[in-house]
Ligand binder design. Sequence first.
Ligand code: S3P
Length: 176
Amino acid sequence: MNMNCNIVLTGFMGAGKTSLGKAAAKILQVPFLDTDDMIVQSEGMPVSEIFQTKGEAYFRSLETETIRQLGGRKDRYVLSVGGGLVMQPENRPLLHKAGLVVYLKVGIDTLARRLAQDTKRPLLHQGDGTLEEKIVRILAQREPIYQAAADVVFVNDGKPFQQAAREIASLAVSIS
Ligand code: S3P
């Protein structure tokens, strides 16, 4: 398939960026990239350990470095970025340089269900309140930024998985 642009998936933890991004990349026959995976590989430790031993600010600086490097790539890809990456203002133009920014928007109930068993995301395991309260609190801060930073808001309101993946993939071929 002839892609006009790369796809860059943003959105909250548990929105399905990785699973739908992988499926869309398969449809488009291009590599799937993930900023968290790239950071984990280069640091040689999981995200939770980076947060624990080096702190969140260090992790955020790695995110900026990673998205900056990706903007320089000339090949086509589908990219998923960590849910907090969009919050650093300097990252937003870098996201747009990397590709078409698609905000994967999912309801709080779905997020809470998917994240209930999570052990890998440090932001969900710190601070006060239930998981749902944490999601509501963090999402309230982020939602306006996710919206403002997006070229496309893709509401995934329970569409069949393959259909959602096909629709996301088609964004890369329909926009000139
Ligand atoms: C984070 C999201 C995570 C990961 C880290 C911080 C966030 O990625 O980057 O735990 O701030 O929302 P996913 O969105 O892929 O879960």
